[in-house]
Design a protein around this ligand. Structure first.
Ligand code: ISL
Ligand code: CA
Length: 543
């Protein structure tokens, strides 16, 4: 078994603008992150994923880059970035950056040139088309707008954007553009970063001819198009293979079989990926569906390729609210979801605040929200004549802002996130849910994450072990085993607010497979429950 650092790593995602504000302007920054590296290290984290810090007008919170070589002033300076990277390495951790090369900001110098005239040398660095007599070149929807096309007066043509009109897509068919991207990637890798999380990397190749879609509302025509693997294999040849790094592709709308084409061992493309099948297929918790998704991805990746395990990030609402129980059983539910994410096959990701069970939020007016995806959707729906309150309530549960409220450090004003006015309101429950409180408690969620990550670090079976679903039909119980070189672990999860029981499979009950039944972190394999073959699970208990 060849051991690989990024397969054994646990990754912590820092949405820096909501992490810690050190200079009092109400926005998190690199200086604030540096003050909390020991905290992240104490959790047992190996790799930090830092959301974009490059120069940006911030229409999409840094995912609209105006200069790849400068640090956005809100975040700090290049000097502070280098200090941050050195401190991360001194602590024995690694840092991966966000690579956003499907599109830039409309304020990028390249786009300013490209839009200036039809024969500008950089015209072809973006995607321009004349419209049809009655409108845009085709009927495609974008992630954030009713159309992927915006008309530009200056040259009388439309430009293409998979996201907001402020985020024009780069034209990856242009070899000069690709060379420029590879040069930029080398610049950051030569600074010593340890890899990239690659933003919507499967969208780089566009559908030939941009034909009208039969069902434009189903926007999967934006990704996984012919040509994408040639681009990634070239990126690998030109850049990635020359560094000892970790590359994780964000790949929406992909099936397990197609996912393997991006990360298969001999594909020479990427190391691993995030897919969103859980988020796309499960607006709320559906254990049966979750097991099916885990099974299909495990089967596809059984012999090669590497998966990720996560339930929340800066784009998806907080897991304990969306998939667990953020009321009476918040603590149990947070621990139980964490057990699942850290014992299923693949690299586990911890999104900042998840380790103390932070929850989603409900602001009372659209003006308190910032997410461009939500605000554009709100405008679009109101435009159809729907009642504002009804639209607001329909968008709140899945708003990306649920995960973007400031990190809750303590019970002081603004949860210790800032001395100034926070750029986004702190979740009102910060007095009850905060780091200081969890660090002081024995059985806190934070302490449980520490144990889980430590457990995982000392047992290779959690990383490299086979996976087998051991569920026996109980509707709310998810049980599975991980086995490696004779060692077998059985994980049993109760996804409900009621007590459940689970009959141990014969191979465990008679303990011939030297099975260990770990309850939380208490080894109950000698308990009488195991002897008579049935285990009782408390509400949201993770075993
Ligand atoms: O949350 C979503 C839409 O509301 C996701 O589908 C998300 O837009 C998609 O997964 C792509 O996300 C990435 O690219 C976007 C950026 O807004 C996201 O923050 C980033 O994670 C455009 O760069
Ligand atoms: Ca700040």
């Amino acid at each position: 078994m060849n051991r690989t650092w990024w397969k054994e790593a646990v990754v912590y995602q820092v949405y820096w603008r909501s992490f810690l504000d050190a200079n009092g302007d109400g926005i998190g920054d690199l200086e604030g992150l540096m003050l909390k590296l020991d905290y992240i290290k104490s959790l047992g984290i190996d790799v930090i994923w830092l959301n974009p810090i490059y120069e940006s007008p911030d229409k999409d919170n840094g995912y609209d880059i105006a200069d790849y070589y400068r640090i956005m002033a809100k975040a700090g300076t290049m000097e502070q970035f280098k200090q941050l990277l050195d401190k991360v390495h001194e602590l024995g951790m690694k840092l991966i950056m966000d690579l956003v090369v499907n599109h830039t900001s409309e304020q990028h110098a390249w786009f300013e040139e490209s839009r200036s005239s039809v024969d500008n040398p950089k015209r072809d660095w973006y995607i321009w088309k004349p419209g049809k007599p009655d409108g845009p070149p085709n009927n495609w929807r974008s992630y954030f707008e009713p159309s992927t096309w915006t008309y530009d007066e200056r040259t009388g043509e439309y430009y293409f954007h998979s996201f907001a009109k402020e985020q024009p897509d780069l034209n990856w068919e242009n070899p000069e553009l690709r060379e420029e991207i590879y040069r930029m990637m080398r610049f950051w890798l030569d600074q010593g970063i340890d890899g990239f999380r690659m933003d919507v990397i499967n969208l780089l190749a566009k559908l030939e001819g941009f034909p009208d879609a039969e069902h434009p509302e189903n926007i999967d025509y934006l990704g996984n198009n012919p040509g994408i693997h040639e681009y990634l294999q070239e990126m690998n040849r030109e850049v990635l293979q020359h560094y000892d790094i970790m590359t994780v592709g964000e790949i929406p709308f992909v099936t397990p079989e197609d996912g393997l084409l991006y990360v298969g061992d001999n594909r020479k493309e990427l190391h691993t990926l995030f897919h969103f099948q859980v988020a796309d297929d499960m607006p709320t918790w559906d254990l049966t569906r979750y097991k099916e998704i885990q099974e299909s991805w495990y089967e596809a990746f059984r012999h090669e390729g590497w998966n990720s395990q996560f339930l929340n990030n800066h784009d998806h609402t907080r897991q304990v609210s969306r998939y667990g129980n953020d009321g009476q059983y918040r603590v149990e539910s947070a621990k139980q979801l964490a057990t699942m994410i850290h014992t299923l096959p693949g690299t586990p990701y911890v999104f900042q605040g998840e380790e103390i069970g932070m929850t989603g939020v409900r602001f009372s007016s659209i003006d308190e929200y910032h997410d461009i995806a939500m605000k554009n959707k709100y405008k679009e729906e109101i435009g159809k004549g729907r009642a504002p309150d009804e639209v607001l309530h329909s968008l709140q549960p899945l708003s990306r802002d649920n995960s973007r409220t400031p990190m809750q450090w303590d019970s002081s004003k603004h949860a210790g996130f800032t001395e100034g006015q926070p750029w986004m309101q702190v979740n009102p429950n910060y007095e009850e849910i905060n780091v200081e409180r969890d660090l002081a408690a024995q059985d806190s969620i934070f302490a449980y994450y520490q144990q889980l990550i430590a457990l995982r670090k000392t047992h290779a079976v959690m990383v490299y072990g086979d996976y087998r679903d051991q569920s026996t039909g109980e509707e709310h119980v998810y049980a599975y085993s991980r086995s490696l070189e004779g060692e077998t672990w059985l994980v049993i999860l109760n996804h409900s607010d009621r007590e459940q029981s689970y009959r141990l499979p014969a191979s465990f009950a008679d303990r011939t497979t030297n099975a260990r039944l770990v309850i939380g972190n208490l080894d109950r394999s000698t308990s009488d429950e195991v002897r008579n073959g049935t285990v009782r699970l408390r509400p949201y208990e993770a075993l």
